[in-house]
Ligand binder design. Structure first.
Ligand code: SAM
Length: 306
C-alpha cells in the first residue's frame, strides 16, 4: 500500500478499441467517445479528412478532420436552431444564403418557410455534399428543394462577389475555426456579410461553446458589435455530441427595421406540422427560441461587457 514506490496505473480501458474519441487542441484534456458499430466511409478531400461511421446509439455520424459534425440522432437540435432562430425573427424572408452546411440539413430547414423564394448555398467541399447524399438521405433531402442553388467554393470569396443588399438572411453553418473555416470567424468576413444583407436583414453564425471557447466568443461578439448596427445577440442550445454538449450562435441584424431576436414574429410551429411532405420539427418551438437567449451569469457578464 505505498504509492510512493510506483505510480498508480491509469485506468487503461478508458482508451477503448472500437470507439471513436474526439481529440482536439480545441478542447484539451477531454474527449467525447462513441462506440463504432461499422466504419462506412473514409476519404481525404482537397480540404479535410472525411469519415462516416455507424455508431451504436447515435445513428450514423459525420466526422471532418476528427471532429464530429453531426449525428442522425441529435442533428435536429443544431439544424433547426441555426435556421429558425434567424428566419422566425423576421417577416417574409425571401432570399436566404447558407455558407458551409454541405450536409444539406440547414437547407431542409430553410425549405419549411413558404415565403422563401431563393436559397443559395456555398460549401467549400464537394465531398461533404456527395457523402451526405449517399449516407444521410434524411439530411441531404434539403437539396431536393427546387429553390436551392448549390455553389462549390470558398464562402469568403463567394460573399465578396455578392451585390449589396441581396439577402434577407445569411446562415453560416461552418466547422470550427481551425481549418478551412478559419476566415469565417474574422472581421472582414462579417463585413462582407453585413454588405450582402438588406437593411434589417439577419445573420446567424455557428459560435462555439460557452464552456470551452469564451475567448473566441468574446472576439466574435466584439467584431459583430462593430460591424452590425442593428442588434447583436448570443444564443445557445444543447447538442449532446458537440464538445461540452452545447453550441452557440451569433444572431445579428443590420441597420434598418429593428429586429428583436428574442421575440419571434414569424412562428412556424403551427404550419410546419401540418405539411404532410415534411417531418414535423423535432426540437424548435417559439418557447425554446426565446429561452435560447437566456445566458448563464458567467457568459452574460462577458458578452454584455463587449
Ligand atoms: N450542419 C452541421 C451540423 O449539423 O452540425 C455543421 C457542420 S457543416 C458540415 C460545416 C461545413 O462548413 C463543412 O461541410 C465544411 O466543409 C464547410 N466549410 C468550412 N469552411 C468553409 C468555407 N470557407 N467556405 C464554405 N464552406 C466551408
Amino acid at each position: 500500500g505505498n504509492n510512493d514506490d510506483k505510480e498508480l496505473p491509469i485506468y487503461e480501458s478508458s482508451v477503448i478499441p472500437g470507439w471513436f474519441s474526439e481529440i482536439s487542441p480545441m478542447w484539451p484534456g477531454e474527449a467525447h467517445s462513441l462506440k463504432v458499430e461499422k466504419m462506412l466511409f473514409q476519404g481525404k478531400s482537397d480540404y479535410q479528412d472525411v469519415m462516416v461511421f455507424q455508431s451504436s446509439t447515435y445513428g450514423k455520424v459525420l466526422v471532418l478532420d476528427g471532429v464530429i459534425q453531426l449525428t442522425e440522432r441529435d442533428e435536429c437540435a443544431y439544424q433547426e436552431m441555426i435556421t429558425h432562430l434567424p428566419l422566425c425573427s423576421i417577416l417574409n424572408p425571401k432570399k436566404v444564403l447558407v455558407i458551409g452546411g454541405g450536409d444539406g440539413g440547414v437547407l431542409r430547414e430553410v425549405s419549411r418557410h413558404s415565403s422563401v423564394e431563393r436559397i443559395d448555398i456555398c460549401e467549400i467541399d464537394k465531398m461533404v455534399v456527395d457523402v451526405s447524399k449517399e449516407f444521410f438521405p434524411h439530411i441531404a433531402v434539403g437539396y431536393e428543394d427546387p429553390r436551392v442553388t448549390l455553389n462549390i467554393g470558398d464562402g469568403v470569396a463567394f460573399l465578396k462577389a455578392v451585390p449589396e443588399e441581396t439577402y434577407d438572411a445569411i446562415i453560416v453553418d461552418s466547422s470550427d475555426p481551425i481549418g478551412p473555416a478559419q476566415e469565417l470567424f474574422e472581421k472582414p468576413f462579417f463585413e462582407s456579410v453585413a454588405k450582402a444583407l438588406r437593411p434589417g436583414g439577419v445573420v446567424c453564425t455557428q459560435a462555439e461553446s460557452i464552456w470551452l471557447h469564451m475567448q473566441i466568443i468574446e472576439d466574435i461578439v466584439a467584431n459583430c458589435r462593430q460591424v452590425f448596427k442593428g442588434s447583436v445577440n448570443y444564443a445557445w442550445t444543447t447538442v449532446p455530441t458537440y464538445p461540452s454538449g452545447v453550441i452557440g450562435f451569433m444572431l445579428c441584424s443590420t441597420e434598418g427595421p429593428h429586429v428583436d431576436f428574442k421575440h419571434p414574429v414569424n412562428p412556424i410551429d403551427a404550419t410546419c406540422c401540418h405539411n404532410k411532405e415534411k417531418q414535423p420539427l423535432k426540437f424548435y418551438n417559439s418557447e425554446i427560441h426565446s429561452a435560447a437567449f437566456c445566458l448563464p451569469s458567467f457568459a452574460k457578464r462577458v458578452i454584455d461587457s463587449k
